[in-house]
Design a protein. Sequence first.
Lengths: 287, 156
Amino acid sequence: MKNFQYFKPKSLKEASEILSKHKGKAHILNGGTDLIIRMRDRIIEPEVVVDIKEIDELNSIHLNKHGELIIGACVNLNDIAHNKIVDENYDFLSKAAHMVGSSQVRNRATMVGNICNASPLADTATPLLALDAKVLVYGAEGKKEISIHDFFIWVRKTCLKIGEIVIGIKIPSYSNDILGDFQKISRRKMVDLSTVCGTVLKNGDDIRIALGAVSPTPIRLRKTEGFIKGKELTEEVIKKALEVAVSEISPIDDIRASKEYRINMTKVIIKRGLKKIRQKNLALAEG
Amino acid sequence: MKYKINFNLNNEEIEHYIDPNRTLLNMIREDFDLTGAKEGCGAGECGACTVLLDGKPVNACLVLAIEVEGKDILTVEGLSPGNKLDELQISFIENAALQCGYCTPGMVMTAKALLKENNNPTEEEVKEALSGNLCRCTGYKKIIKAVMDIVEKGKH
């Protein structure tokens, strides 16, 4: 690993100034479980590393006064997965957090780090896409919010500019009970990267579908959602929905799976998610 | 440039000077001769380098040494007070839960962290906790039994 200058600022202002001063030569260090590997393999060689973990406001997970859930940038994935508020309201988000790496990795890695890496298969991205989460960003002009839908640009590329720091994730307050289903298809049950992962979510009459590892970024399947909208989830509708879903993904062959397998697993994830919602709808109808 | 860090290593207060590009694993092995934690994959897959950072298991290969400023590090060498082995170490020996021993310190530390958090885990929970620790010779049955034996003993 090439040597570098290390900074551990206590405030966002200080952190942003260091990042801006060193332009593209500085990198943020959060959990480090991805960054340290990339530095050791000399894929990236920053001259300056800015450790943001000492910035107090980035270390909390709480509901704000509007009932929105705020997940601080430096809260690790185990703390998110075990958090009561998260689990009670969005158990599928807990599950996604729990499915990243090993316990050792989750004691360091964060959800914000997971999305900032912008891997197409980021496990925690699909529940956040399905929840219409906002990415909270601090930059030279102060704080701003970016929709998670605008955040991912390409493989390992986000819309963040130099000097900007993601300070947390905000999940909007929902008046309905959310029913969500996160699934991860991988070669090994634990400690593996997703071959395909996805979240199917029901918010009132609204059904949302998000998938990872089937496109250059994690995506929402808007056409499929549009097709389902207002329809009863019969076998026929589900079957047709799967065809629509296949038309809006672009998976690739790689070391983990073939394109064909990913297409099939896409269908499996969506079918299971929709059937879970159908069951819930039936249970509600029967009261 | 070396940076000064202060931390607690196996219940000893340490002041140390370190280059920022060194990992925690590299520092404990090279500077403190604590060679229990091993480098296996160097990528957070195998768990051979597991140590406890403020009581939680982490991969020491994925932590920079400079990040442990103000923190507590426990390695397998610090597990037993004096010359007496920890009950988990004894259980690993009694169950022959090792062959080459490369993964053992990591296994023991991960299991220790689990038992500290949950003194009555199910076998499933033990398997899950150890899922980030790979063993390439013994197989896992004896390792899981070594941990479950402690759980069983704790019940009496």
